[in-house]
Ligand binder design. Structure first.
Ligand code: UT7
Length: 383
């Protein structure tokens, strides 16, 4: 049953990006392009590339740790973990389960969400609705991507765009108005072929042929995606603004999916919003797909661009095709007071304990397997 007095507030946020910066100059040494072309056509200057030991799950965990610390919430209090990703750790198990295990979020359900660059807002929408109905109380929503492992580094039309990183928010139920006020989620599967990684799924499982044809990397019709994006960004923003009972004049900041500065500018013009009301950080990270909005949100907060009481629009689009937006009233206190030392130590101890517990569960499963095997052997010998 819907509880109209319950709102999903964003009470924690965190991000993680790999150390390594791949500049336009470096890409210009790999393919036929220039820094000037990339800057003028996309607005991107550099992107982060995951190191060997880093991947979608490890970055998701780092961003989640930061978000939980801001929220002062223990992992055991979480009811739900959603990882939005177009580049999950495996086909299965879900990356969200790896995050759940590493954090020690013992009470949480966990699943991955595949809606490409709109994934984070889809996740925010699902989790906030579950909180509003009273079905759950606390959720962790993460966008995490290791796109560099799916980019064709010989294709100048795509390799200039993408980067790696993760962002996360903690949502908690409260009875005062605020947090996620409205959401919209849309899709148009007829445009699925405009942006895809064709092989590696059930349709074209990995084979010598798919590898030889280079079908495991990102294929994109950039112009068509561009056209679609400029149309839906403004529409979706208007929908959630109205649904929340606001007008665009009430909006303090739009945090859009960071794909291309020209897409963002066109959307802003259509909404008649001045540049200072639209947050852009894609020059430093490129397009990090589902991670781009939570990373941008974290940086906008760190730069003091968001104050308590501000109305925000989060809006994204991506492969599928999918698009989504959310109107959020910022209610979390800012700046965040750092956790006292004792609390930080307790948190670290809890994490260590969660890892030991997880290792013990694996060992226990093996021992049980061996005992059952021995028992069967014994029974066979008696027979
Ligand atoms: O999260 C969603 C992910 N995807 C997107 O958001 C992508 C949306 N699309 C875009 O951002 C833009 O379409 C791109 C940045 C990908 C391309 O920009 P564009 O202005 O649409 O260029 P274009 O594809 O129309 O290509 C124009 C020319 C072509 O040459 P010709 O055919 O006119 O001779 C391309 O071959 O630019 C050429 N080109 C390049 N030249 C130098 C394409 N990529 C490059 C490059 N460097 N990296």
């Amino acid at each position: 049953m819907a509880r109209n007095d319950r709102y999903a507030h964003i009470v924690g946020w965190g991000m993680y990006v790999p150390e390594y910066r791949r500049t336009n100059e470096e890409i210009a040494r790999m393919v036929d392009t220039t820094d000037e072309w990339i800057m003028t056509r996309t607005g991107i200057r550099e992107r982060r590339i995951a190191a060997e030991g880093e991947s979608t799950a490890t970055m998701a965990i780092r961003a989640s740790e930061a978000a939980l610390e801001v929220a002062s919430i223990a992992p055991e209090e979480l009811d739900l973990i959603i990882v939005a990703s177009a580049t999950p750790e495996y086909l299965f198990p879900a990356t969200a389960c790896l995050v759940q295990d590493d954090l020690g979020a013992d009470r949480a359900g966990a699943f991955d969400l595949s809606a490409a660059c709109s994934g984070f807002i889809y996740g925010l929408s699902m989790a906030s609705q579950a909180i509003q109905t009273g079905a759950i109380d606390k959720a962790l929503v993460i966008g995490s991507e290791t796109l560099s492992r799916f980019v064709d580094w010989e294709d100048r039309k795509t390799c200039i765009l993408f980067g790696d990183g993760a962002g996360a928010v903690v949502l908690a139920g409260r009875n005062e108005r605020g947090g996620v006020l409205s959401c919209t989620m849309r899709s148009d599967g007829s445009g699925g072929d405009l942006l895809s990684v064709p092989a590696g799924g059930a349709r074209y499982p990995a084979s010598v042929e798919t590898l030889a044809d280079n079908q495991h990397t990102i294929k994109m019709n950039g112009r068509e995606v561009f056209r679609f994006a400029t149309r839906v960004m403004a529409d979706a923003s208007r929908v959630v603004t109205e649904k929340a009972g606001l007008t665009l004049d009430d909006v303090a900041l739009v945090v859009p999916h960071q794909a291309n500065s020209r897409i963002i500018q066109t959307a802003a013009r259509r909404l008649k919003l001045p540049d200072e009301k639209v947050y852009v950080n894609l020059d430093r990270y490129g397009n990090t797909s589902s991670a781009s909005i939570p990373i941008a949100l974290c940086e906008a907060l760190a730069e003091g661009r968001i104050q308590p009481g501000d109305n925000l629009i989060l809006v994204g689009f991506g492969a599928g095709l999918t698009w989504a937006a959310a109107a959020v009233q910022w209610a979390a206190p800012w700046p965040v007071t750092p956790q006292p030392r004792q609390q930080r130590l307790a948190r670290r101890a809890r994490r260590s304990f969660a890892r030991i517990r997880s290792a013990w569960r694996r060992v226990r499963r093996r021992i049980w397997g061996m005992l059952r095997w021995l028992q069967r052997k014994g029974e066979e010998q008696i027979d």
